[in-house]
Design a protein around this ligand. Structure first.
Ligand code: GLU
Length: 305
């Protein structure tokens, strides 16, 4: 398997020359555009790696399905979905437009920034510190890695430049979709996006979702089967920004990408995949990362449809 992974990386390495490393969060532009790495963990807990597997990067939007799972475990589902919708938006991840033009003004889904700010606001905790602690603990459990932590340079970088998210969050409060202290909610959102991972962590999160919430290493249930199904469904319909339709057709695997260059994919009942390649297309997806997943899906017939 590792031989095939190396071959797939080599075949697609040329795509690291296309696109741009994200720079709207200034710290992100320090990534090396020619890095490319992949890790697969299968349901028998075999781990296969190739390329830049130890490179750390921030999880960014891949935090969204995880925080959605927390919001669904912390609250009544009907309450969660009264605040955030279930439909693909077809708009860029940071679009503010539908918060005005949607009939209900409700964010379309939890995979775009507006919807993710809502799910972050639904994390329970007696204080901001407790919410952050619970969040980090859940990420660590899902990645099976106690050392996961926030990259404070990236966090500060986004906090000082994140005025678009700030604008969205205040609008959401004005329209009743978030409650409480907006700056505290944003702070938690910027922190969740700044959690540092590598492709092995992403593959582990992917396999835990693929196995319907049960950690195959120790049999611990991390989330319910139904929540894990909902999360994967959002990943297939909305996980790859406004390319989710094309990705579903070409790759056919529930996946979530982030502007840090990572993609976490989860093949139900089979495997978790983490990919990293920081040069992004205009929509925010890793160009080489998507190509690698496409090739992998064809070779191993991973398309879930
Ligand atoms: N922290 C980023 C933002 O809010 C996440 C975007 C992403 O990865 O799609 O803009």
């Amino acid at each position: 398997m590792e031989k095939t992974l190396k071959e797939i990386l080599n075949l697609n390495r040329k795509y690291t020359n296309y696109g741009q490393v994200a720079s709207y969060i200034p710290e992100l532009k320090n990534a090396k555009r020619d890095d490319l790495g992949i890790c697969i963990i299968d349901k028998d807990n075999n781990i296969y790696k190739a390329g830049n597997c130890d490179t750390k990067f921030t999880i960014q939007s891949i935090s969204k399905p995880i925080v959605l799972a927390m919001a669904l475990m912390d609250n009544d589902w009907s309450y969660v979905f009264s605040k955030v919708g279930m439909e693909p938006s077809g708009d860029p991840f940071n679009s503010i437009m539908k918060l005005e033009t949607n009939d209900s003004k409700k964010p379309s889904n939890p995979m775009i920034n507006a919807g993710a700010i809502v799910t972050t606001s639904l994390i329970k905790g007696a204080s901001v510190e407790e919410k952050e602690e619970r969040m980090l603990k859940f990420f660590r459990k899902l990645a099976n890695n106690d050392t996961l932590d926030i990259n404070y340079e990236v966090y500060k970088s986004e906090k000082t430049t994140g005025d678009r998210n700030r604008a969205m969050a205040y609008l959401l409060k004005n329209d009743g979709f978030v409650q409480g202290n907006v700056e505290e909610i944003l702070d938690l959102y910027f922190k969740q996006c700044s959690i540092e991972v590598d492709v092995v962590d992403l593959a582990r999160i992917g396999i835990n979702l693929a196995m319907y919430g049960v950690n195959i290493e120790n049999n611990e249930r991390l989330l319910s089967e139904r929540v894990s199904r909902m999360v994967k469904t959002f990943m297939i319909t909305c996980g790859m920004y406004d390319s989710s339709g094309e990705f579903a057709i070409k790759v056919g695997i529930p996946a979530k990408s982030g502007v840090g260059g990572g993609i976490m994919a989860s093949v139900p009942n089979s495997m978790g995949i983490g990919v990293y390649g920081p040069a992004l297309d205009k929509k925010g997806n890793s160009i080489a990362g998507v190509k690698v997943l496409e090739e992998l899906s064809h070779r191993y017939k991973l398309n879930i449809f």
